[in-house]
Design a protein around this ligand. Sequence first.
Ligand SMILES: [Zn+2]
Length: 336
Amino acid sequence: MLDEFYMRLALSAAWKYQLLTYPNPSVGAAALDRQGRLIAVSAHKAAGAPHAEINALYDAFCELCPDKAETAKLRGLQSSDEIHNFLRERHGGLFEGATLFITLEPCAKEGKTPACAPLIADLGVQRVVIGRDDPNSEMAGGGKYLSDRGVAVTRGVCIKECAALSEPFNVWLRRAFVLFKWAQRLNATIDEGRISGDLALDETHSLRALCDLLVVGGATVRADRPILDARRVNAKAPNAQIISAKTNFDRTIPLFNVADRRVVIAPRLNLDRGFILIEGGANLLNYLADQIDWVLCYETLALSGGKRAIGFDRRLELLRGDTIGENLKIWAKVAR
Ligand SMILES: [Zn+2]
């Protein structure tokens, strides 16, 4: 029961960064000290940044270390390499008897960052609780690495929830992962002006910056004349595809005039690899239903306004509900 409780804290932290870690999986971690006191809950926040368990160990070090000059040194470090080296060299036995909860098996091999499992073993962590095993065969083996070195390893805690959390990663290891995103009022309308709050809009721009292809419908492009860039996060605009059989678009529409962007116009979505983000209304959602893996809805608490509502013929399975600023944020899976 307690294992599940702490694993769910790790899951909550990870969901805040869902897809924002692309092409890495979303991962969360929590740490308990030797008395079983919760001392850290954190997540992997971006590809190339420290992994979830390293962020949790970082926070735990700051909580446990009595020497404030040491914690100030750690807080001054930026790169994963520096943080790994600091923790390995200066842990001073603080983590002996500690327990780590990680939604995904810790990595056993070096990738963009140094491997986590060897560091965890070197720190004297007593027990590691793992949600799901790493589906990436190149990085897997962290659990075995730890148990071979005397760390108590428990696997499969909240395995269904941990598997759902990292499902996009599982998908893009094999094929493209397709997300349909929209913003609506509580009355399901999606038209007539801005709907999302600042934080939800910022997050949308972050997802655009990360995706391999942004897909929109031809009718939306003609009616709304969007730009569909990532300016709110100062990032490069994604390449775009307009789903349309007709190619006679007014080329002064802003989305055609963004630097370093390719725009293709085609009636069908050609799936390859990567992360595909679709932004649109009911027509596009229903038209592409068979190819959509997940949907993401930002909902604002207005019950009036707008005329055009979104609707979908398929059943959705709820994955996660959170808040972001003044909006609700709902993740769901298209039922097959
Ligand atoms: Zn790792």
